[in-house]
Ligand binder design. Structure first.
Ligand SMILES: [Fe+2]
Length: 338
């Protein structure tokens, strides 16, 4: 399984323009879940009805079973790499056009998801990331431990609020079920951390808005009371986290599968012509992106989909079921203006 190489190098701090929404979360009290987003760095929001969320989980499994690789959800002996499309970290899927599968787009168009991001940004005129999802099967013995990858999804050069990421949880997710680990309270401290320690380091597998932390760096946060927390959630819950919050994911240690998709939305007004054109190209070519939908867009088109070092013959680069290009979808892409 190819794992992206982490690059470490020194770079001069780039000149970043002031960000219009940098103080968006600075209000002392919101009186709703945004308060937890500010104080803890994450929040869990009811976004999709439970039964509907479980139907989306079903679609995820149907997608896995649609490849002629022998995967059968009722036969544990097939829960192995050789029977599954190529993925990373025990179940994160980004290739095969998965980021544009119809059911992922249906989720992005769910009103409850849009409403939550609208509350964060103060507008419902939004665009979305074209990210993938995780389908992590329990009790797998064929997956090497890829490490924890404690990171934040925001450049160390930015100041203030920049992005809020989300994942839609599609199965019951308790302490043993794998999922998102967050370093509670870290979002409020990262700027101070880099003010003290400098911004000379560059520590990313590619995207500008990514920074990997070492064990030693984490000690500074522990000394200030930050603690690692496993976020638990129900089907249909949207887990939101400030992109400054340090996090990583864990595979299931119990008997339940972990299924989720990654969705980040931000105001369409932040798009310039160049970013808009890149997003439209990504959509038309059915390639994915990382989480930031509006700038420094990181197209996943380069990402190799390989099996044993060879191109996977089942990767057409296209979704198995194409999305319906509704007005809402095209607005979320950015090809249709609000
Ligand atoms: Fe992340």
């Amino acid at each position: 399984m190819p794992v992206p190489t982490i690059t470490r190098r020194s770079t001069p701090p780039p000149e970043l323009p002031p960000f219009k929404f940098a103080a968006r979360l600075d209000k002392p009290v919101f009186g709703d879940w945004r308060d937890e987003l500010v104080t803890k760095g994450y929040a869990v929001v009811k976004a999709v009805p439970r039964e509907k969320a479980l139907e989306y989980r079903e679609e995820c499994f149907k997608w896995l079973e649609s490849f002629p690789l022998g995967f059968d959800r009722s036969d544990v002996s097939t829960w192995k790499n050789e029977h599954l499309p190529v993925h990373v970290k025990g179940g994160m899927f980004h290739g095969y056009g998965y980021c544009h599968e119809k059911h992922l787009w249906d989720l992005r168009c769910e009103q409850g998801i849009i409403d939550a991001f609208a509350k964060i940004w103060g507008t419902d005129q939004l665009i979305t990331s074209f990210d993938g999802g995780s389908i992590m099967l329990p009790n797998r013995t064929d997956v090497a431990d890829g490490g924890k990858w404690e990171h934040m999804d925001q450049s160390l050069h930015r100041r203030g609020f920049y992005c809020c990421q989300g994942l839609v949880n599609l199965n019951d997710c308790g302490p043993e079920d794998g999922g998102l680990m967050v370093l509670e309270g870290s979002s409020k401290l990262v700027e101070e951390f880099f003010d003290i320690h400098g911004r000379e380091s560059y520590n990313s597998w590619g995207p500008f808005d990514w920074y990997g932390f070492t064990d030693e760096q984490q000690e500074w946060f522990f000394e200030r009371g930050c603690k690692w927390v496993k976020v638990c959630a129900e089907p249909g819950d949207l887990i939101l986290w400030d992109s400054r919050t340090m996090h990583y994911n864990v595979r299931p240690s119990g008997d339940r599968d972990r299924v989720c998709t990654y969705i980040t939305m931000a105001p369409a007004s932040l798009l310039n012509d160049e970013d808009r054109a890149l997003r439209i190209k990504c959509f038309e070519e059915r390639t994915g992106t990382t989480h930031v939908p509006f700038a420094a867009i990181y197209s996943r088109s380069h990402e190799p989909v390989t099996r044993d070092g060879q191109p996977c013959p089942y990767d057409t680069g296209l979704p198995k079921i194409q999305p319906f290009e509704t007005q809402r979808l095209l607005q979320l892409v950015g090809s249709e203006r609000y």
